[in-house]
Write a protein that binds this ligand. Structure first.
Ligand code: NI
Length: 431
């Protein structure tokens, strides 16, 4: 299926930061065949479908680099508690009751929310990942999946096996939309030997690690007490930072930690709203970016956010450092937008195919309705997207060349059915 989107304003997020007014995007199969002025459109391109992009702004789909999508069940549950209490007293006891098909329906709910908010790729760490993968395959979104692994009890090897099985069954599947990483949960839930086993598995499979890192002050203090070093130093000394690592949160970092992260090219999934809601703190993103560390954006699970809006996340990312440091020049709008798109792709080691609108890349495209009052006057669209946009402004979404949202409506997910199933799960687990 070939699609031509005409008369559309475009922010490509390519290396030159190319932008077009009344340009066009040609989609050939899964990929972008042309992006730019319509006069440059190759004669050989024949569209099966032509879409008038008048009043729309096209940009690369948002990339949510840290979430636990099936946690949609816990939206609004156990609010306003510290992380450890929230996990041990509220979340973990209920998670034990979750079954495979629950993860499928709960993931579909989260995926629906993300697609309608312009998210085309997400990176997930959770349980029952086989069923998360099925939801991804059916919904048409792109995802990097890892089994959340805890290494402090005798059953930890089961999780490792599940992560391996997930790789063998799903890596590269769904027309290449699904990739797999290895997901050690955190230094406070994984013994050093277990962390090394995770690294061994990741190396054997040729994939990266997805881990929570230095999220709270308590995590850092406990790690120092137990191992005499910070979580970053601890992971580095265990050899875990040698290779692709996606580290979520990174709130409490020393300058030395940040230098190590730069040296080892650790990718950060900055989750500002989750960090605020759990009272964890505010990550030093400007200092990381200044060092050249790749900082992407994640929502974290719905349970600590309480939604999956990357537009909201961008806004918080841009505003927080300005306020904390009393410096309005920090994290400008373009940087926040880059964190939500190109840096997201880079954080997932997928920037050769996604993260910007360029010829030959995957057609993961979002159209924003810019006829709404919050986009007037049309002075600076990057600024509008970061400081003025709402998720409800997302009009259309394509992933791998397939349209998944049209006129603000989902084409691949039956929302009514999903709401119904989720209500049944809630009744079974929570009451
Ligand atoms: Ni998380």
């Amino acid at each position: 299926m070939n699609t031509l989107i005409k008369n559309v304003d475009i922010i490509t997020m390519d290396q030159q930061n190319s932008k077009y007014t009344k340009g066009c995007i040609a989609i050939e199969g899964q990929k972008i065949a042309w992006v730019g002025e319509e006069v440059g459109l190759p004669d050989s391109f024949h569209a099966d479908e032509i879409i008038d992009g008048e009043g729309k702004l096209a940009l690369p789909g948002f990339i949510n680099t840290h979430t636990h999508v099936a946690m949609t069940l816990f939206r609004g549950y156990g609010n306003d508690l510290p992380l450890w209490e929230w996990l041990t007293e509220k979340i973990w006891p209920l998670e034990e009751k979750l079954e495979d098909m629950d993860a499928y329906w709960l993931s579909l709910l989260g995926i629906a929310e993300m697609l309608m908010g312009g998210v085309t790729t997400f990176s997930d760490m959770y349980m029952h990942m086989e069923y998360v993968a099925r939801a991804v395959e059916e919904a048409g979104i792109r995802a990097v999946l890892s089994r959340g692994l805890q290494g402090w009890h005798e059953t930890s090897h089961i999780g490792l096996k599940e992560n391996r099985d997930l790789y063998e069954k799903w890596h590269g599947q769904a027309d290449g939309r699904i990739r797999v990483m290895v997901g050690p949960h955190a230094v406070y839930t994984c013994e050093p030997d277990f962390l090394k086993e995770c690294k061994k598995l990741a190396d054997e499979l040729g994939v990266g690690l997805h881990i929570h890192l230095s999220e709270t002050r308590k995590e850092v203090e406990d790690c120092k007490k137990e191992y005499g070093k910070s979580p970053v130093e601890h992971l580095n000394d265990l050899g875990l930072l040698d290779g692709h690592v996606l580290a979520a949160h990174c709130v409490h970092l020393s300058p030395e930690d940040m230098d190590i992260m730069k040296q080892k090219d650790v990718k950060v999934a900055h989750c500002p709203i989750s960090n605020l809601k759990l009272g964890s703190g505010i990550a030093p993103t400007d200092e990381l970016l200044e060092r050249g560390v790749c900082v992407s954006l994640g929502t974290d699970g719905v349970s600590s956010n309480n939604n999956l809006s990357m537009i909201k996340e961008m806004s918080f990312a841009a505003l927080l450092r300005k306020g904390v440091k009393e410096d309005p020049t920090l994290i400008p709008a373009h940087t926040a937008l880059k964190m939500a798109t190109y840096f997201g792709a880079k954080a997932l080691a997928w920037e050769d195919q996604i993260g910007s609108l360029e010829v030959g890349k995957q057609a993961d495209i979002v159209l924003i309705d810019i006829t709404k009052p919050n986009y007037q006057p049309k002075l600076d669209m990057e600024s509008h997207l970061v400081y003025s946009a709402h998720t409800g402004d997302v009009d259309s979404v394509w992933v791998a060349g397939k349209q998944l949202v049209k006129d603000k409506r989902l084409l691949t997910i039956d929302l009514e059915r999903v709401y119904n199933e989720v209500e049944k799960i809630q009744a079974r687990i929570m009451y």
